[in-house]
Design a protein around this ligand. Structure first.
Ligand SMILES: NC(=O)c1ccc[n+]([C@@H]2O[C@H](COP(=O)([O-])OP(=O)(O)OC[C@H]3O[C@@H](n4cnc5c(N)ncnc54)[C@H](O)[C@@H]3O)[C@@H](O)[C@H]2O)c1
Length: 259
């Protein structure tokens, strides 16, 4: 049966591929993005997050079957914190009431294998505490230091993965029969990464940081297929999982330390 999906980041990369896949299966998708979307909002702002809920409520008639929080940034700047953590959480929490009207509600967000890379504990702690002002102040400090600025992205992806694990088993999510999970992609060829993949040498260097022994760098459809399954009616019991779709980087980097 056709379902109604909300996808943030629907104008590009993984979000666009997911929108196209779900639509090709005759579902209705409400796309959200800064441009080229059904709902045009900036998820870094309070106004944008409120408008997201208002507009999706209006367009859906008040009920949706799945929410996919995909919009993200990879720039070493405070804005990345606002989109990747606070924007994703606002999307999932803000649209959760609309899921309660579905017979098979599902929710998912996008973390990253970068969550396994070095990060900034203070920044992660501010995000976990839900303190956007303190998180942005810390990110401002990190962004000014060429040695530390790359910790911003990995920190957002770790904090988001932790938020999913902490939230998923609670009465609001599991208690309302909503599987909440995350995916953690390896290197995916999208506009976000295209600048890092321009030469064979650059690709080889990136794969040193992100080892992908299984089939190497992936296309966005690979992640889209997993997101589609996680938000399908078939997924009844995955709860708080961070599913690495990374060609093996998690297995290489973490080895026996997780299972
Ligand atoms: N590409 C990769 O290798 C990779 C790997 C791991 C995780 N991810 C994550 O996957 C997600 C999608 O990335 P992608 O590679 O498709 O990138 P992309 O740049 O192709 O698409 C991201 C989309 O998010 C939107 N967006 C950014 N800021 C926004 C804002 N303030 N408000 C609303 N929309 C906003 C952009 O306009 C864009 O359409 C991101 O969360 C990213 O961190 C990507």
């Amino acid at each position: 049966m056709a379902r109604t999906y909300v996808i943030t980041g629907a104008a590009s990369g993984i979000g666009k591929a997911t929108k196209e896949l779900l639509e090709s299966r005759d579902n209705k998708v409400i796309g959200v993005d800064l441009h080229d979307a059904d709902v045009t909002v900036d998820l870094t702002t309070a106004e944008g997050r409120t408008a997201l809920v208002d507009e999706v409520t209006r367009l859906s008639g008040g009920a949706v079957d799945a929410v996919l929080a995909i919009a993200g940034l990879a720039i070493p700047a405070p804005k990345t914190v606002s989109v990747n953590f606070f924007g994703m959480v606002a999307t999932l929490e803000g649209l959760r009431p609309l899921l309660l009207g579905s017979g098979a509600p599902r929710a998912v967000g996008v973390s990253s294998m970068a969550s396994l890379h070095p990060l900034d504990d203070e920044l992660v702690a501010h995000m976990t505490a839900g303190d956007e002002t303190a998180a942005l102040a810390r990110a401002e400090v990190l962004a000014k230091d060429p040695e530390l600025r790359n910790l911003i992205y990995s920190s957002t992806k770790k904090a988001f993965a932790q938020w999913v694990r902490r939230s998923a088993p609670t009465p609001e999510w599991a208690g309302a029969s909503i599987p909440l999970n995350a995916v953690a992609p390896g290197v995916i060829e999208t506009p976000m990464t295209s600048g890092m993949l321009t030469t064979e040498q650059a690709r080889t260097d990136l794969l040193q940081l992100v080892p992908m022994p299984l089939n190497g760098i992936a296309q966005p459809i690979v992640v889209a297929r997993l997101l589609a399954w996680l938000t399908s009616e078939e997924n009844t019991h995955l709860c708080g999982q961070v599913v690495f779709v990374d060609g093996g980087s998690d297995a290489v980097i973490r080895g026996d330390t997780t299972w």
